[in-house]
Design a protein around this ligand. Structure first.
Ligand code: VG1
Ligand code: CO
Length: 543
């Protein structure tokens, strides 16, 4: 087998966003496009000779092709060993688990997460470091810089490997180990949770409906819920991963997980519903006729974590992304533990988790996780809820409402304006930025602006600074409106508007979220002149 050095020239726009490089499949199919990016990862790491890497993806269209290319490039660049999930499958949290457990140099994860898949849809790639977490900005910046100067890549000329059979094979001088994508992950979950307690819960007739949305969590959910925990067959729905997610949009929110919502709000609903996204790092949780807002889920898990074996020593601290509601802040205050506020994207939690300063982390975008891996983890979150329900004997709805009675309720919603004109979105943000300094003291309805800024984060562990991370308008009452442009989309721009209002209770804890937020939603529209800039009068997704 020979190693070929192929001349190439840079592609524009290979800049990793919130979570890696995400583009249309058609873009990735441009000859040299994937190769340039992969070689840029290797080069930005200072070479990968002798390295040991983990490789896998969410099984979406182009996953299989990309894996073969990356394997041949790794072999050509002197990588010693690659651990790859069978058939190229690894959920994002499982990849993180495998990297950590095997003490690997890092890993490459192929996914566009919650974006749709198929020949006309999205693909993505990202690098995770030896801690199992998404590469820090320092590294993603170096990768991007390299993509702008790259002039050649290396490739082994070899036939494709058969990734269907478990075991060890070689590719050139490189060892390739094809592993069961679920094995290490299950073992870790068994360490963290009281599987006996959850098994008894199911034995007692508790019913779960887990919607894998035709994405990567199907095999994990079947092995864990229906296998190890003894839940009846059929507990997992849409459990066979498909390259285009059954034609759906694997984003667990009230719009795209409509089937699950119908089941949970319909007659004879199971006790708990849950869903995950394309690559298995997100989760939503529902009870009978009850939707748990992800920000609330983080707060409830933090407040009850001590009943779960892995967290019975208490939490060192918690962290949430800036747009995530402040519900968890109240739990942290009551527990007298630190609460960190980071920019959007899991990579910002890495240092806090590595330094032992945070145990639980979460994002409003259906992401929760802990220091067990360095990614958010959908199945982990479902197991947290199950373990807590098993220990407390409570229902999802009771746990949530009693949480509100104790801590008050942070009414919260995110309004997304998808695929708006990119230029118009930039102009909207620029216009908002320009008026920030004049906002404090201004009155909107019952609310007076206390602070308005463009969020900047200074990492308490390594001092690195991330600026321009979203515009916050915070009112004297504690209500907030936050504006950001998405860093994961592949079409035009997506404007995200996050709206939050705190109610201490005991009155007013059970209102409809959109109604409770209606005046603030109007203010949010006025402040940013959303209709004027985007031509949209309604968001495309409300979660
Ligand atoms: C979105 C979410 C963010 C999340 C990111 C990756 O980013 O808002 O909270 O970390 O997706 O999630 P953005 O830039 O589009 O708002 V996923 O499940 O990739 O891995
Ligand atoms: Co995801």
């Amino acid at each position: 087998m020979t190693i070929k050095t192929v001349k190439t020239s840079p592609f524009e726009g290979q800049k990793p966003g919130t979570s890696g490089l995400r583009k249309k499949v058609k873009v990735f199919q441009t000859p040299g496009y994937l190769e340039n990016f992969v070689q840029s990862i290797f080069d930005a790491l200072g070479g990968v000779e002798g390295a040991s890497l983990v490789l896998g993806g969410d099984g979406r269209f182009y996953n299989d092709v990309a894996i073969q290319t990356i394997l041949k490039m790794a072999a050509a660049s002197g990588v010693a060993r690659v651990v790859v999930g069978q058939n190229g499958f690894l959920s994002t949290p499982a990849a993180s688990c495998v990297i950590r457990k095997g003490k690997h140099t890092g890993g490459i994860i192929l996914s566009a997460s919650h974006n749709p898949g198929g020949p006309d849809d999205d693909f993505g790639i990202k690098y995770n470091a030896s801690n199992g977490g998404p590469a820090a900005e320092k590294i993603t910046d170096a990768i991007y810089a390299r993509t702008q100067t790259i002039s050649e890549y290396r490739m082994l000329e070899a036939p494709d490997l058969d990734l269907g059979a478990l075991g060890e094979v070689t590719l050139g001088d490189m060892q390739v180990e094809i592993v069961d994508p679920v094995a290490d992950y299950i073992e870790l979950m068994e360490d963290l949770f009281d599987f006996d307690a959850i098994r008894s819960l199911f034995k007692g007739g508790f019913r779960l409906c887990f919607d894998a949305m035709h994405a990567i969590t199907g095999p994990y959910a079947k092995a864990i819920f229906e296998g190890a925990l003894g839940a009846p067959e059929g507990t997992v729905i849409n459990g066979d991963p498909s390259p285009n997610f059954g034609g759906g949009h694997p984003d667990p929110n009230p719009v795209y997980a409509k089937d699950l919502f119908n089941i949970m709000f319909g007659p004879d609903a199971p006790n708990m519903g849950a869903a995950s996204d394309g690559d298995g790092d997100r989760n939503i949780v529902l009870g009978r006729s009850t939707y748990v807002a992800p920000s609330d889920s983080l707060a409830v898990l933090a407040a009850n974590a001590q009943v779960v074996p892995a967290y019975n020593q208490g939490l060192r601290g918690v962290a949430r992304s800036m747009p995530t509601s402040c519900a968890v802040d109240r739990v942290a205050a009551a527990m007298k533990i630190p609460c960190f506020e980071t920019p959007t994207g899991w990579k910002y939690f890495g240092n806090l988790l590595d330094a032992g300063r945070a145990t639980l982390c979460g994002e409003e975008s259906a992401g929760t996780g802990s220091d067990h891996v360095r990614e958010k983890d959908g199945i982990w979150a479902v197991l947290m809820w199950l373990n807590i329900l098993a220990e407390t004997g409570s229902s999802v709805a009771d746990l949530l409402t009693s949480h509100w009675r104790t801590y008050g309720r942070n009414y919260y919603s995110r309004h997304d304006y998808e695929a708006v004109d990119a230029r118009a979105a930039q102009e909207l943000m620029a216009a908002l930025r320009a008026k920030l300094s004049n906002l404090p003291g201004e009155q909107f309805g019952d609310e007076t602006v206390e602070l308005a800024d463009d969020f900047s984060y200074s990492d308490p562990v390594d001092g690195s600074v991330a600026s321009a991370q979203g515009i916050r308008v915070i009112f004297k009452s504690g209500s907030r409106v936050v504006y950001r442009l998405s860093g994961t989309g592949t079409e035009g721009a997506t404007l995200r508007v996050y709206i939050e209002r705190y109610v201490a209770g005991p009155e007013g804890l059970n209102e409809d979220t959109q109604e409770a937020l209606a005046p603030l939603i109007e203010t949010a529209g006025e402040l940013a002149e959303i209709a004027k800039h985007t031509g949209r009068t309604e968001p495309s997704v409300i979660s």
